[in-house]
Design a protein around this ligand. Structure first.
Ligand SMILES: Cc1cc2nc3c(=O)[nH]c(=O)nc-3n(C[C@H](O)[C@H](O)[C@H](O)COP(=O)(O)OP(=O)(O)OC[C@H]3O[C@@H](n4cnc5c(N)ncnc54)[C@H](O)[C@@H]3O)c2cc1C
Length: 394
């Protein structure tokens, strides 16, 4: 069952999205015993449903510099530890209107401040790279975005954690957290296949349940103010671009087209909900993806429909903040509930991006290690990950 020996502390991670998987990997390398439970298939939450953009950070360079810095650092690092998981296709931020052009100076300045390399292209240069761009474009800025497989890239963290002894259990959900005298000592779990309930004792429980963090935290009697903020994505058949194509403006609806295999993914919208299991795919949002996406790449409008779906961001903020969720930062937060709420043995990691999963895990594992007396430093920056197929090994 363990990364460390039998006497090593045992960490129970709740949630098998990218964040939970990356944390399992980090903690096994630091010598902890790790059990991870996921109520569905691994990465079946928000992780496996995102666009598959490896962010350069440029999207956040003007209004959310902290996220931009996190993204560019992890973008560079992930290419090193997960070779073969990315299309090294770069991205373009495309200016179509005078308003977009007015955004250009702040965009370039924000990228420079955060260390994101840029190359300004004239319309004819951009059209040579991407002939299906809207020909009215006025400018394009090249940045180091990339395409990744939203499931397979994080599965490499699961694969490596498993090879190092982590016990990864899917189709098992946490239905209660054991709390007595202000100390968490494990959780009650239910096997979704057999219906059997069992108890897993742990020295520390980490809540890595993304948009479900508030629900799981409540089981331990603490409050995590998460706004589940869904977005709709649309897949059309045909690879309409080879680079990631973004609109050069402040973040808005339908302003990105990500090439994925033989499809093009248009995203996304943003609103807030109470229940991360009740998202829906509003028809007017799908129409907005077509309308706005075809501003960038006109062929989006005529391309055959493949599918539309939604997923919820785990945005951190007061429940009273923000109507659409766009105003909330994309950065992440580790909460030691002993410090914040007087509940020992319980930590939450939430927020962030698929791109920043490793960095989130490092910060969280630092907190967990300090609490459990593990003295090994983080080794995930240098550890090359196993292929995702190793996650399926018996
Ligand atoms: C529309 C949209 C587009 C996005 N596009 C991108 C993108 O292109 N690039 C990028 O880098 N990021 C993107 N993101 C952000 C990224 O998807 C998320 O930040 C990331 O996937 C969050 O991962 P996570 O592991 O924290 O959460 P999740 O992947 O949601 O994992 C949490 C897991 O916890 C499990 N769980 C919940 N309750 C329980 C329980 N009681 N017991 C056991 N398990 C439980 C869930 O089943 C789930 O699998 C996008 C997000 C959205 C919403």
């Amino acid at each position: 069952m363990s990364g460390g020996g039998d006497s090593a502390p045992l960490v129970l991670i709740v949630g098998g999205g990218g964040t939970g998987g990356a944390l399992a990997h980090d903690l096994t390398l630091r010598g902890a015993r790790v059990v991870l439970v996921e109520r569905g298939e691994f990465t079946s939450g928000t992780t496996g449903r995102h666009h598959g953009l490896l962010h350069s950070g440029a999207r956040y360079a003007v209004n959310d510099k902290e996220s931009a810095l996190e993204c560019i650092e992890e973008n560079t690092l992930l290419r090193r530890i997960a070779p073969g998981s990315f299309e090294e296709n770069d991205g373009l931020f495309v200016g179509l209107t005078d308003e977009d052009m007015a955004y250009l100076p702040a965009f370039l300045e924000g990228c420079e401040d955060t260390g994101i390399p840029t190359q300004v292209l004239q319309p004819d240069e951009a059209l040579r790279l991407e002939p299906m761009l809207n020909p009215v474009l006025k400018v394009a800025v090249r940045v180091p975005d990339a395409t990744m497989d939203a499931m397979r890239m994080p599965l490499r963290f699961f694969a490596t954690a498993k090879a190092n002894g982590a016990d990864l259990l899917n189709w098992v959900d946490v239905i209660d957290i054991d709390l007595a005298g202000g100390v968490v000592s494990g959780a009650t779990v239910r096997d979704q296949v057999t219906g059997r309930q069992t108890h897993i004792g742990a020295d520390l429980v980490v809540n890595a349940t993304g948009p479900w963090s508030e629900q799981v935290a409540r089981m331990a009697g603490v409050d995590v103010p998460i706004r589940p903020s869904p977005g709709v994505m649309l897949a059309v058949r045909g690879r309409l671009c080879n680079m990631v194509v973004n609109r050069l403006h402040a973040s808005g609806d339908g302003d990105i087209v990500v090439p994925q295999r033989a499809l093009s993914i248009v995203g996304t919208s943003s609103w807030v909900v109470e229940d991360p299991d009740d998202l829906g795919v509003p028809a007017d949002h799908v129409q907005r993806m077509i309308d706005e996406g075809s501003m960038l790449v006109p062929a989006v409008r005529e391309a055959p429909f493949r599918s539309a779906w939604s997923a919820a961001r785990p945005l951190i903020g007061s429940r009273d903040d923000a109507d659409s969720g766009r105003e909330l930062s994309r950065t992440f937060k580790t909460i030691d509930h002993a410090v914040d709420d007087g509940v020992e043995g319980f930590v939450t990691i939430t927020g962030g991006k698929g791109t920043t999963l490793r960095g989130m895990a490092e910060v969280c594992a630092d907190v967990v290690s300090r609490k459990l007396g593990l003295d090994m430093p983080c080794a995930t920056r240098e550890t090359v990950l196993l292929p995702h197929t190793a996650a399926y090994a018996a």
